[in-house]
Design a protein around this ligand. Structure first.
Ligand SMILES: [Zn+2]
Length: 95
């Protein structure tokens, strides 16, 4: 896999995948800014609610939460942001 974009954006979280096909140039707070798009996904070790250990797919992936916006380092003198969708999970034990 090519980590070029992750390196460029200085993303430290290996669970973040950037959409390399899409970048927008839009005004944010009156300044033209670069908007990148990405997803945060991983397999949880345990359920956050009931604490069951996720060793037999008890905690399953369940779509994505609405975007949150993360401020990135300035790129070519332009402010840059990452719109991040976060993985949602569903626990079969506690619901
Ligand atoms: Zn649970």
């Amino acid at each position: 896999m090519n980590h070029f974009i992750e390196k460029t954006l200085q993303l430290k979280d290996p669970n973040i995948t950037i959409d390399t096909e899409k970048v927008d140039e839009v005004k944010v707070n009156g300044r033209f800014s670069l908007i990148y798009y990405g997803k945060l996904s991983y397999t949880p070790k345990a359920c956050e609610c009931c604490g069951i250990i996720n060793n037999a797919f008890q905690v399953v992936k369940n779509g994505y939460r609405t975007d949150s916006r993360i401020t990135l380092n300035t790129i070519s003198a332009m402010p840059a942001y990452l719109k991040l969708k976060k993985q949602r999970f569903s626990c079969r034990e506690c619901g």
